[in-house]
Design a protein around this ligand. Structure first.
Ligand SMILES: [Zn+2]
Length: 210
């Protein structure tokens, strides 16, 4: 699997373009905004977008999803349904953060722990990791040892839990029991900031180190 990280919006959210080099079919994970940049990146890589994948319902991760889905005629998959309330209040999130008007929408497919999503011939595993939001999911590609973790885990930090229905203990538990067992060598792409590996966070992350 190939991928390219494209920071979008004023929050510099890491949108990931992922694709299968055999079929050149791809997906955008967390298309938070700047849709023209995302379309240009896909075009430049020669990738045909077949779906949009969402880790959770925060505006900076989903802001361009409905627009791109309608324009390209492709489905939106994720997050888990506990994040329904976040997607239903997108207009309020947009007003609060000074974003352009964003209509509420729901995905074509809610995801659950253990589901898989398809990108060309590649499968990504869906792992439910609540805490930052209750319906947050992580996408994991075993062969590439790559995890797209949204706002669950960052290099040296973890996601905020001071939002409605945030849960600090659940977040720590999800990182330790659902993500770290995938292996120290797994590289993760967080929703913001630089990449890291689970092994490096187990050594040095003050929130979740062993
Ligand atoms: Zn978030």
């Amino acid at each position: 699997m190939n991928y390219k990280v494209i920071p979008v919006t004023a929050f510099q959210q890491n949108c990931s373009l992922v694709w299968d080099e055999q079929t050149m079919e791809g997906a955008l994970i967390d298309p938070g905004g700047d849709e023209e940049r995302l379309l240009a990146a896909a075009r430049q890589a020669g990738v045909t977008l077949t779906r949009l994948l969402l880790t959770h319902g925060h505006l900076d991760h989903v802001g361009a999803a409905r627009l791109l889905a309608d324009r390209l005629g492709i489905p939106v998959e994720g997050p888990q349904e506990e994040d329904r309330f976040w997607l239903e209040n997108l207009p309020e999130q947009a007003a609060m953060f000074g974003f352009p008007d964003t209509a509420a929408f729901l995905p074509d497919r809610w995801l659950n722990d253990g589901d898989t999503v398809q990108v060309g011939t590649l499968s990504l595993d869906v792992i439910h990791c609540p805490g930052h939001t209750p319906g947050h999911v992580v996408f994991y590609q075993p062969a590439a040892q790559l995890a797209f973790v949204g706002d669950v885990l960052f290099k040296g930090s973890i996601g905020r839990t001071d939002f409605p229905r945030g849960d600090h203990d659940a977040l720590i538990r999800a990182i330790r029991t659902r993500l770290f067992p995938l292996g120290d060598d797994v590289t993760f792409i967080p929703g913001h900031g630089p990449l890291s590996t689970f092994g490096r966070e187990r050594l040095g992350n003050p929130f979740v180190a062993d």
